[in-house]
Design a protein around this ligand. Structure first.
Ligand code: BES
Ligand code: MN
Ligand code: ZN
Length: 491
């Protein structure tokens, strides 16, 4: 879809989306059209009880004498309260309303160019489809929209702002691609190969293979992949956009379980297919690196992904096995399906040892329990640091990717004591998301601010979200991009 900005409000052909503010206030372009159509638009609004409430649409008959293919009214609500996230959502709604037309214009006049850039971004986010494995085109369900014009007083300003938004959308699309790919196509080595594409954006990309990880003593991560034919990998991506290239980076660590069968503690068949997206944490890290690099963020950041496949096999780890992590701490593995924490333990330790980061944030589809607690509406936040937590919550709020902080403490940590090793990899069954976080915290060095985002509920949506048609949502890229922009980037 080609997106352009222009001052010209009414195209001669194609679909048009006209903004209507709260209280049925037509924008100037809509008012002019209404007059020409002898009040037909106002009448249609009255009939349908459409008053311009935010996010509501009304498709009305194209007025006689025009060559338009479709006319859609879009409720803007109170324009004064419209923020970037709200503008994005409006763009996505507008997109859905006109996706069946070849060309369309969104005319919201009265909405500034900054917001127009986000309207365009939202439309593009909603246009994402993953069609590479379809050999037959289902013509009726595929969107046709090829050209989208977003009206705005200063096209040049909007275009410039949109370039920044587009960098983030590029990152989200990469995340969605990676997360959607089935596990016969995306496995640790092919994931690394895809991430190498980021070198074109100026990101340094390298990967440790099993031999290198064995040397470093990553017995925890390696134990998860040991039942798989695919070789485990540790992906390291660096973007040094700060003035001082040696300044301590922010480390973002992703769980990259390319498929999670549960291992010998095998999962049951229903829904096991969902475990192709158990690498969503890693997918977000890669997409974030693309977004930050493409908008040339003035920040040093390192992205680290622990990539494995959790399979049952003659060589697979057994329940009860004891493994030694890179940190030296030993772990009794009572359930091979609690594998994400085993991967993160070594990935997080490696990140801290090698990069001495100013903070560590990990992203993981870690527990089913977080879905029970929060459904798809919030991701779980666990942290040893109030400031970092507050920043994450604020960033999440501003982009509409919300976080809810959970408690942590010794009373939960006791639950992962082992009679034979330093810890076991599951708790007693209660508060499973918290005991998982307690496990991770044991691999955070003293005085390192750390936050864990349990994203199991938010990264995939069969029915779709306001910004995604269905499938991988891309949750997390905008959130962390916002966090970086607001708190870690140089002016
Ligand atoms: N990848 C799963 C968690 C998950 C479940 C993500 C559903 C997305 C949707 C994770 O590896 C897992 O299996 N966790 C177990 C932990 C348990 C064995 C302590 C779980 O949540 O059941
Ligand atoms: Mn599992
Ligand atoms: Zn898992």
């Amino acid at each position: 879809m080609n997106i352009t900005f222009s001052k010209i409000a009414m195209p001669a052909t194609g679909a048009v989306v006209l903004g209507v503010a709260d209280g049925s206030r037509l924008n100037p372009t809509a008012a002019k059209l209404d007059k020409r159509a002898k009040g037909a638009i106002t009448r249609a609004m009255k009939d349908a009880n459409f008053t311009g409430k935010r996010d509501k649409t009304l498709t009305i008959l194209v007025p006689a004498g025009t060559r338009l293919s479709r006319l859609v009214l879009l409720g803007l609500g109170d324009i004064k309260t419209l923020d970037n996230a709200g503008a994005e959502r409006l763009g996505a709604i507008a997109y859905d309303a006109v996706a069946g037309d070849a060309s369309a214009a969104i005319v919201l006049d009265g909405v500034g160019c900054g917001l127009a850039a986000y309207v365009a971004g939202g439309a593009r986010l909603k246009s994402y489809r993953f069609t590479k494995y379809r050999t037959r085109d289902d013509k009726d369900s595929q969107p046709k929209l090829k050209a989208l014009l977003v009206q705005c007083d200063s096209a040049a300003d909007a275009r410039k702002l949109y370039d920044g938004v587009a960098a983030i959308v590029d990152g989200i699309f990469l995340t969605r691609d990676l997360v959607t790919e089935p596990a016969n196509f995306i496995y640790p080595e092919s994931f690394v190969a895809r991430a190498k594409d980021l070198t074109k954006d100026g990101v340094k990309v390298e990967a440790l293979d099993e031999a290198a990880m064995t040397k470093l003593g990553m017995g925890s991560l390696l134990s998860v992949g040991q039942g798989s034919e695919r070789e485990s990998q540790m992906l390291v991506m660096r973007w040094n956009g700060a003035k001082d290239k040696n300044a301590a980076p922010l480390a973002i660590v992703g769980k990259g379980v390319c498929f999670d069968t549960g291992g010998i503690s095998l999962k049951t068949p229903p829904g096991m297919w969902d475990m192709k997206w158990d690498m969503a944490g890693a997918g977000i890290v890669v997409g974030l690196m693309r977004a930050l690099a493409r908008r040339k963020a003035k920040v040093n950041i390192v992205g680290i992904c622990g990539l494995v496949e959790n399979m049952p096999d003659g060589k697979a780890m057994r329940p009860g096995d004891v493994v030694t992590s890179m940190s030296g701490q030993t772990i009794e593995v009572l359930n091979t399906d609690a594998e994400g924490r085993l991967v993160l333990a070594d990935a997080m330790w490696y990140a801290q040892e090698r990069f001495k980061p100013r903070a560590v944030i990990d992203l993981a589809t870690l527990t089913g329990a977080i879905i029970m607690a929060l459904a798809e509406h919030y991701a779980g936040l666990f942290s040893n640091n109030d400031e970092l937590s507050d920043r994450l919550i604020a960033a999440g709020k501003s982009v509409g990717e919300r976080l809810w902080r959970f408690p942590m403490g010794d009373e939960y940590d006791r639950d992962i004591k082992s009679p034979i090793a330093d810890m076991k990899n599951i708790g007693g069954g209660k508060a499973g998301s918290i005991t998982a976080a307690q496990f991770l915290q044991r691999f955070v060095k003293k005085d390192v601010p750390w936050a864990h985002l349990d994203i199991a509920g938010v990264v995939w949506s069969d029915k779709g979200t306001s910004l995604a048609a269905g499938g991988a949502t891309g949750y997390g890229v905008r959130l962390l991009n916002r966090l970086v922009a607001d708190y870690y980037e140089e002016a």
